[in-house]
Design a binder for this molecule. Structure first.
Ligand code: SAM
Length: 316
């Protein structure tokens, strides 16, 4: 491969049990017919092809991955893909309390949980569902089972949850979680984005009394998050400035959508069809060449985020 692209985000469904205001377009989104969604055995084959092309970490995402039937068995099979070093899951946590034991038994340890508020009423306003207590129960269950690392993704939204920055800091101080503040990306509408975007520099200014912190050296498969440890903290804090400070040269990831398209760059419209060739009998080598082409396109990617493309259909 041309550069070290070792991380694949694999969206296994475009369905979701939440309607987060920053993720789902106001009018909803067009859901794929079932036959257009990659089957698990197709995804497993593509995972093997991806590993042959240098992928070492796969994150299972969605939509909400835990709503797809068979996800536990799929995650178990992913752990058996030779050469794959890390399997992770990103979830909204609504179904986590009930599924965490089976996921743990399937070999999963790396968990990212999306949680943007510590307030039940606000959770309902942001996500459209009164599931705050279930998510907290899911987090506690995962922690008690020994999932590690547990990373908590918090999208910072001006005037919607930016009064809770210190509550999230407290969470990282008291619990061994990596709390990551993420910039709001203009995926749904420019108007909403302009009203609620808060640059990461402002987040860090508001948290300046914490001090600089000790930077945590990125793992070889880490993304563009800047992670810090602070004295007395059991956990860590991360800052992800996906909008204000693109990290293109450091970006090590590809995305495979549930529809079977490879996306070289979250911020570009380009997608390469893999499902078509796969279903028409392409060899592993031919499929590998599509991964190589995606990496070449990544080299040429530019910052051209297309507003209106919902994260729910890309996988975040
Ligand atoms: N349903 C899962 C979840 O909630 O974690 C996985 C899919 S979700 C699309 C993946 C991540 O994308 C979540 O952490 C979510 O917060 C993030 N995300 C979605 N829309 C976003 C936006 N406009 N800006 C920043 N992050 C966003």
């Amino acid at each position: 491969m041309i550069r070290k692209i070792n991380y694949l985000r694999l969206s296994i469904t475009d369905r979701c049990n939440l309607r987060c205001f920053y993720c789902i377009p106001g009018g909803g989104w067009e859901k794929l017919p079932c036959q257009e969604i990659l089957r698990y055995e197709e995804m497993l084959r593509l995972a093997r092809v991806a590993v042959a092309q240098g992928i070492r970490k796969i994150r299972v995402t969605g939509g909400e991955p835990l709503v797809r039937r068979g996800v536990v068995e799929f995650i178990q099979s992913l752990h058996q893909v030779r050469g794959l070093q890390e399997v992770c899951l990103t979830t909204n946590g609504v179904l986590l309390a009930e599924m965490a034991p089976a996921l743990h038994a399937a070999g999963l340890r790396h968990l990212n949980l999306s949680l943007d508020t510590m307030k039940r009423q606000r959770y309902q306003e942001l996500t459209g569902s009164d599931n705050f207590l279930e998510v907290v129960a899911g987090l506690e269950k995962a922690a008690s089972l020994g999932f590690n690392p547990i990373k908590i993704n918090c999208v910072v939204l001006k005037d919607l949850n930016d009064d809770e920055l210190w509550d999230f800091v407290r969470l990282a101080r008291e619990r061994p979680f990596q709390v990551r503040f993420i910039e709001f990306m203009p995926a749904v509408s420019q108007g909403k984005w302009a009203r609620h975007f808060l640059p990461m520099a402002e987040v860090r200014r508001r948290l300046a009394s914490l001090g600089a912190g000790e930077p945590v050296a990125p793992e070889s498969v880490a993304g563009p998050a800047r992670i810090f440890r602070f004295p007395g903290f059991r956990g860590e804090l991360g800052f992800i400035s996906s909008v204000s400070e693109h990290q293109c040269p450091a970006c090590n990831r590809l995305r495979l959508t549930a529809a079977g398209s490879l996306r070289p760059c979250l911020f570009g419209a380009a997608e390469l069809d893999v499902k078509g060739p796969l279903r028409q009998g392409a060899t592993d080598q031919a499929l590998g060449e599509i991964f190589q082409e995606a990496v070449r396109r990544k080299e040429a990617a530019r910052d051209t985020f297309l507003p209106g493309r919902a994260m729910v259909s890309i996988g975040g």
